[in-house]
Design a protein around this ligand. Structure first.
Ligand code: KMH
Ligand code: ZN
Length: 303
């Protein structure tokens, strides 16, 4: 039997890493557009996009900052546009969904639970990532809360529903799958859904293959055939978990939002470099990468 096509999502810049961590992390509209276009040419059929302030690289949820790069990406590629509703840990849900409401994209993210949230400083194994446990993680603990209450999820889902935007349901732990099931049972989301299993965020489930199998089995039990899935391994787990996911019939997400590295201890030079690497692995292992049109069909997007 032919293996299902593998959809590669590339998350171009995100909100966690800072430009001080890597020269490759794009934050001007020019660089975000260029790297997104290159990632699509390298094989990404979905582009997961955040905006940043062009002045200092800080996170922006201002639709104006999205409009500085979105038209250029749309003009140059056929890739599916996926706009983040994650914003920053400081933003309200109303602020976070403003860009998706403004641009009505084919996809947007939908975070499925509240949690402590940071990248895992020890998992990065990179000496430039200095951190002070007491100062950064204890004294500032409150700033690491990622709020996604049922009311937030309900508000976002209700306001976005008329747009027909497909959600990338970000599930950072097994409990988030149960939150998602509950939301489906009360009619907030309709099948078929698309789940991003996320591993290796400090505050979520760890990046072990056992956990991937556990998440997949739980989702099978809760959603039957009514879901498609993808895997995002943060930091050092990015390539290995994505490779495993593709062999299990899943889709994959890479990009500098999720990891700044191309291999252990070596920073990636671009998003396209990570896309090219996962594409090579996926194809070497016998899978075929989905085109944007195939991704639209597999995920039942509005097109
Ligand atoms: N940064 C990822 C771990 C979002 O944009 O809504 C999760 C994410 C969230 O992509
Ligand atoms: Zn994101």
């Amino acid at each position: 039997m032919a293996k299902q096509k593998t959809i590669i999502t590339c998350a171009i810049t995100g909100a966690i890493h800072t430009p001080t961590m890597s020269d490759a992390l794009p934050y001007t509209p020019d660089d975000i557009a260029r790297q997104a276009i290159d990632a699509a040419e390298a094989g990404a059929s979905i582009l997961h996009l955040h905006a940043r302030r062009p002045t200092d690289g800080g996170v922006s949820i201002d639709p104006k900052d999205f409009s500085a790069f979105l038209p250029r990406i749309k003009q140059a590629t056929n890739a599916v546009i996926n706009i983040s509703t994650g914003g920053s840990l400081k933003n309200t849900i109303e602020e976070r969904i403003a860009p998706a409401l403004a641009f009505s994209p084919e996809m947007c993210s939908m975070n499925m639970g509240s949690m402590n949230f940071s990248f895992h400083p020890l998992a990065q194994r990179y000496e430039a990532f200095k951190f002070d446990w007491e100062k950064d993680y204890i004294a500032n603990s409150d700033t690491y809360i990622f709020r996604n209450t049922f009311a937030d999820i309900g508000n976002a889902a209700t306001q976005l529903a008329p747009h027909g935007t497909k959600f990338e349901h970000e599930c950072y732990d097994v409990g988030h799958l149960y939150n998602l099931k509950f939301c489906m049972d009360i009619g907030l989301f309709k099948a078929p859904i698309f789940i991003q299993f996320i591993f290796g965020i400090l505050g979520g489930i760890g990046p072990e293959v056992d956990n991937l199998i556990f998440m997949k089995r739980t989702a099978d039990r809760l959603f039957g055939k009514d879901y498609r899935w993808s895997v995002l391994g943060a930091g050092g787990a990015q390539m290995s978990l994505a490779s495993t996911a593709s062999q299990m019939g899943g889709n994959v997400r890479v990009g500098l939002e999720d990891s700044l590295f191309i291999e252990r201890g070596k920073l990636a030079t671009s998003n396209a470099q990570q896309v090219a690497k996962i594409r090579r692995i996926v194809e070497d292992l016998g899978c075929t990468v989905a085109s944007p049109e195939e991704a639209r069909e597999i995920l039942a997007l509005k097109g």
